[in-house]
Design a protein around this ligand. Structure first.
Ligand code: ATP
Ligand code: MG
Length: 695
């Protein structure tokens, strides 16, 4: 790291001198360090700084600056964590320097990989009509390998498909050897090391034969094209003169390799991030990646930002204290000029109902004081934790949208319908064939596999399935399916947009199957209506399927269309999905041990550290109002006991609590803001005994 430069505080005159030259009206909206970063010349630049210090803002201004300086927008690659984040950043840059920004290539690593693979993959042996598998598909394909290789279900304790996929994906994204992963995380399976390898080899072969690409392949192929195919690497790397990356703390070593490859002709790479907010280790990300950046990009200039522009000092005080307990941390304690404001509230409720009532009452109060609903968010550790709140909001007619934890596309019936479209796009898509065949009355596992084998023998010819002779009881279903597929392969209906038209035709067969298969039919049919409506927005099946696999809608609002600004709705979000966002008022609910941190993280030091960073992310989303709530009693079927007495989250230790104001909701809905003596856990005998004889 000898040639790394750290930019530290300089005198105002020095700063002004550094900014001059590039100094324009743009930089007047930045502080000195931000301005240096935004107008930085060529070479690697790392902005490592805490929450709300303007990292994203600086990146937007840097983008605007580059364009103003004459860099062609299409020669800039902007990598963000979600598609929406890229769109928002480009829209903001556009407000600074006009429409030129639209030409910038912005999006996620995976979406960019997809674009490049469609364009350059053919030259690298990946025919460009590949289909993308989402995680569920990948698991299903691994399951086929597992079954085919004879690891039958009955074999005791042989890892499940989810575990197999996890180990595979972890290996690809972190570069850790399989035996190391097994030793560290699945010691009960170390003896199966060779079996893991066999299954992974078969899985890899299957993907190749069927021209399927999983999420990890997208990154892996991109990295490999850059590292092992010099002529293609040259063409890809020469597409861009500048690469900008937001939220770098959540990237992994594979992504770092990609960036090195992209910068083989120049070293114009700017990354911004905060190691204290690294929260995606389950996807193979590591905050060490950001700390390693200067080593991987020699000559890196590091700029640190310490002034927070988002939150009031009392909110920062509590957040700073919480993160000061982290065992490893690079970024420093934040300060702000935003003095005043009240201490964050720590609200202990009797139970979930009281927590819900408190949150809803307080939201309405803030709303009456003039805070728009869209400036208020309720955050939680996991999607299911907002169920009670959602019911109450619906009853009280408060509009909301939910981010993260949206299961729409994972629903079996949605996957069923997509499977039909997928075999049309890629007749070799074995997983989708299997899914469809198993839906049909009279067809079971044996028949389904035999049909797939025959199709494989006939080189997946489109007529192969029609020639398969099914058992008598499945004959009707077979005829119907063959007719449907023929129809779909023929020209599309003229009166319907083609993709939603396809879905309509699939549903002529599928809706009947759905009624047979499921109990609660209406909401499922409504999901399919929605799927059909979304499909209307896509020009082709391929575009639709790729978009769903790569950028699954994260919010109900993504499905409905319309931008944040237009709709005054409350946001409910997982802490993960709230990354990078800010609101005037933030509620964090279920701040109880076992909920946040999640129970499974409690016995693992690294996971516990990540939970702490996640809570730091949640608290630092608030500008002016922050309330953290914890129900003291919970009745939950999610935990083994019928009834549990909750402890406040361990992250809210005494030091953090001292920066907060204890607030106790009264039964009548008002709040008591006198500091409370430590609450002895209240007991409710009836509740304790409830559930004894079933519901
Ligand atoms: P996070 O770590 O949460 O992603 P961040 O470091 O990316 O945060 P931003 O979202 O860019 O921070 O900025 C936080 C808020 O502070 C935004 O509202 C932004 O507009 C504002 N802000 C940042 N810098 C300045 C500045 N120099 N002047 C005025 N406002 C600023
Ligand atoms: Mg940001």
């Amino acid at each position: 790291m000898t040639d790394t430069r750290v930019y530290e505080g300089r005198s105002d005159a020095q700063r002004a001198a550094m900014v001059k030259g590039g100094a324009r009206s743009l930089t007047s909206e930045l502080n000195a360090e931000q301005a240096v970063a935004a107008t930085f010349g060529d070479g690697p630049l790392l902005i490592i700084a805490g929450a709300g210090t303007g990292k994203t803002r600086t990146l937007i201004y840097r983008l605007a600056h580059l364009i103003e300086k004459g860099v062609r927008p299409e020669r800039i690659l902007l990598l963000t964590f979600t598609r929406r984040a890229a769109q928002e950043m480009l829209a903001r840059a556009e407000r600074l320097v006009g429409g030129a920004c639209r030409g910038v290539n912005g999006g996620t690593f995976h979406a960019t990989a997809h674009r490049l693979l469609r364009r350059f993959g053919a030259a690298a042996g990946v025919a460009n009509d590949f289909s993308i598998m989402d995680q569920g598909d990948a698991e299903d394909l691994i399951q086929l390998s597992r079954a085919q290789l004879g690891y039958a279900e009955s074999k005791k304790r042989f890892p499940r498909k989810e575990t197999l996929h996890y180990v595979y994906s972890r290996h690809i994204n972190t570069g850790f050897a399989i035996d190391d992963i097994l030793r560290d995380e699945y010691s009960q399976f170390v003896d199966y090391h060779d079996d893991f390898l066999k299954i992974f080899a078969d899985y890899t072969r299957r993907k190749g034969e069927r021209n399927l690409v999983d999420y990890d392949d997208l990154l892996l192929f991109w990295a490999t094209m850059l590292e092992a195919a010099p002529s293609i690497a040259e063409r890809i790397a020469s597409l861009y003169d500048h690469v900008l990356v937001d939220e770098y703390q959540d990237t992994n070593v594979l992504q770092a390799r990609i960036l090195r490859g992209m910068c083989r002709r120049h070293s114009n790479i700017t990354v911004v991030g905060d190691d204290a907010q690294s929260i995606y280790s389950f996807r193979g990300a590591s905050f060490r990646n950001i700390l390693d950046f200067p080593r991987q990009f020699p000559g890196t200039t590091i700029i640190a930002l310490e002034q927070n522009y988002r939150s009031t000092q009392p909110i920062l005080d509590a957040s700073n204290t919480l993160i000061s307990r982290a065992s490893e941390r690079y970024t420093k304690t934040l300060w702000t000029k935003r003095s005043g404001g009240e201490a964050p509230w720590l609200v202990t409720a009797q139970d979930e109902q009281q927590q819900t009532r408190f949150v809803v009452d307080r939201i309405l109060e803030l709303h009456e004081e003039g805070v728009p609903l869209r400036e208020i968010a309720v955050l939680f550790r996991a999607g299911y934790m907002s169920a009670d709140l959602e019911i109450e909001l619906t009853n009280r007619k408060i509009p909301f949208e939910k981010w993260g934890g949206l299961k729409f596309l994972e629903a079996a019936h949605v996957k069923d319908v997509l499977a039909f479209l997928r075999i049309l796009e890629n007749p070799r898509d074995e997983v989708s064939w299997y899914r469809i065949l198993m839906l049909l009355p009279g067809i079971g596992d044996v028949t389904a596999r035999a049909a797939i084998d025959l199709m494989a023998q006939m080189a997946w010819d489109s007529r192969a399935f029609g020639q398969y002779r099914v058992p008598a009881r499945a004959r009707d279903a077979h005829t119907q399916l063959v007719a449907l597929l023929d129809q779909l392969r023929a020209t599309p209906l003229v009166d319907m947009a083609s993709v939603s038209g396809d879905i309509a035709r699939v549903r002529q067969l599928y809706d009947g199957l759905l009624r047979e298969k499921y109990d609660r039919v209406e909401p499922r049919l409504a999901d399919l209506d929605q799927l059909q409506a979304i499909a209307g927005g896509y020009p082709s099946r391929e575009a639709f399927l790729s978009a769903l696999a790569l950028e699954p809608p994260q919010a109900t609002q993504d499905l409905a269309g319309g931008s944040d600004e237009e709709r005054d709705v409350l946001v409910l979000s997982t802490a993960h999905s709230a990354k990078g966002k800010e609101w005037d008022a933030v509620f964090l609910i279920w701040a109880a041990d076992g909920w946040f941190p999640m129970a499974r993280a409690i016995n693992d030091d690294e996971e516990l550290e990540e939970e702490r960073r996640l809570m730091y992310v949640a608290l630092t989303r608030a500008r002016n109002h922050l309330a953290v709530t914890c129900p003291l009693n919970s009745y939950s079927t999610r935990r083994s006991a019928d009834y549990a007495i909750d402890q406040l989250s361990r992250f809210l230790d005494r030091g953090v609590r001292e920066k907060m104001e204890r607030v106790v909701p009264r039964m009548d809905g008002s709040v008591d803001r006198e500091p409370e003596p430590a609450p002895s856990a209240p007991i409710d005998l009836r509740a304790l005994l409830r559930g004894r004889f079933g519901a």
